[in-house]
Design a protein around this ligand. Structure first.
Ligand SMILES: [Zn+2]
Length: 431
């Protein structure tokens, strides 16, 4: 299968052309972007600059892709990697760093200086404290969708953060500039998807390295299973990037982009989407509207979401709204019954008793699912399994309803969670 050069493909798409080609490609192959810059397309990508005194790489890809990616990089240049910059500490960006260390040792080079924001190490410590929890989360997040094998979702040794991952050796707070082979790299910290993000401006190449600030999907700014994201700070970072009038935009996922107009339009589209969600959500919060009403009211225009660089196939605006609520308002949703709720089993048992047993609940849930009203269908079927956790009929229906919902959903986050629910009920069925 031949693939269009990533800069050509992004230009085609941003200029309004039609294509069926994927924008997030995991080939573990190296592609020349200029004479001095390459990308290894993976999960995450590795962006590398060639200088007169060795290489500077951004991100190391994941644990299971690192070796193949470093091999690809070696085919591009025999030079030592002087600096390895972490755009942030997510494991698909740092998990392959052990392969960089092994490569340096094999070539007789010094290990690269690993540069990152100081919160990267805090994240690494948190990953160690919550190791098993994170493995569960990522199995659920990615388990509902068949992605290419070898995605960087954790070490093979039962550790979320692989044991051989390199910790930052140079840490900074707000900004940090370094020079390698006469090329200067200006690093900036801003919050966005994470609290430890770095983006970089490389004036000599008019290039921005943007990590996960730009990923060619709707911003991963609402992720239901992960720690706080920062939508307004994310948008502000994108606005700062626009002021550089870059010629090249190099992200850690999705396509690189060439041309100042394209780069700034893409940055602006993402910023506007996040700014709009924050503005509308906060406006409703100021009007004392409860979360339940806000998530059903705040929407982005369809024609924006259909743009391939902000398609909600990974995360969703609705989840971003919840994150904005959590960031400014805490966890309580303003439903007084939810402040100190009974167990869900107790609620389910009461509802089932009122309905004269779980059979009517199951039937109604199935009818709603058949009509495509999955929000209501899922709410009802939960009463049935909570009232009777061992009921084969309830779990059979629940497995079917969540599987159908998984198939109807668009985002990886929703597919993953609904597929996990279907699997959970399937596991309770004796066949
Ligand atoms: Zn990433």
């Amino acid at each position: 299968m031949s693939m269009t050069h990533p800069l050509e493909l992004s230009a085609l798409i941003l200029d309004g052309g039609e294509t069926d080609e994927r924008t997030n490609r995991i080939t573990n192959q190296v592609v020349d972007l200029t004479d001095h810059i390459s990308v290894v397309e993976s999960f995450s990508h590795i962006i590398t600059f060639k200088t007169d005194d060795g290489l500077v790489s951004f991100d190391s890809s994941g644990a299971s892709t690192g070796v193949a990616c470093v091999d690809a990089l070696r085919a591009w240049s025999p030079d030592p990697v002087r600096k390895l910059v972490y755009t942030h500490g997510h494991i698909d960006h740092v998990g392959g760093s052990g392969a960089f260390a092994a490569d340096a040792a094999a070539q007789g080079f010094e290990a690269p200086d690993v540069v990152g924001h100081h919160a990267v190490a805090d994240r690494f410590r948190r990953y160690d404290d919550t190791n098993t929890f994170n493995l569960h989360i990522n199995n659920r997040q990615f388990g509902g969708i068949s992605l290419k094998e070898g995605m960087g979702i954790g070490g093979s040794d039962g550790r979320f953060l692989p044991a051989d991952a390199m910790w930052p050796t140079t840490e900074y707070d707000d900004s940090h500039t370094f020079e390698v082979g006469g090329v200067s790299f200006e690093l900036f910290h801003d919050k966005g998807e994470t609290d430890d993000h770095t983006w970089a401006w490389v004036p000599e190449h008019k290039a921005l390295c943007v990590g996960d600030f730009v990923t060619w999907v709707f911003p991963n700014c609402g992720n239901p299973q992960k720690v706080q994201r920062f939508p307004l700070e994310w948008a502000a970072a994108l606005r700062k990037m626009q002021t550089k009038n870059a010629d090249l935009l190099l992200g850690a996922h999705g396509l690189p982009v060439q041309g100042t107009e394209r780069v700034n339009r893409l940055l602006g589209d993402l910023a506007t989407a996040l700014e709009t969600l924050v503005k509308e959500t906060v406006e409703m919060m100021n009007n004392n509207v409860p979360l339940d009403d806000i998530i059903h009211a705040v929407k982005l225009p369809d024609d924006h979401l259909q743009r391939k660089w902000m398609n909600p196939i990974y995360d969703e605006p609705e989840f971003v709204v919840r994150n904005i609520w959590r960031l400014y308002g805490g966890w309580w949703d303003q439903n007084p019954a939810q402040l100190k709720p009974p167990t869900r089993g107790a609620v389910g048992a009461e509802v089932a008793a009122l309905a004269g047993g779980i059979d009517l609940i199951i039937a109604r849930a199935q009818a709603l699912a058949d009509e495509g009203d999955f929000r209501l269908a899922c709410s009802l079927i939960e009463f049935a399994t909570q009232a009777e956790p061992d009921s084969q009929a309830a779990h059979g229906a629940r497995a079917e309803i969540y599987q159908a919902r998984r198939n109807s959903e668009y985002s990886l986050m929703s597919k993953g969670i609904f597929a996990a629910a279907a699997n959970e009920s399937r596991a309770k069925l004796s066949d």
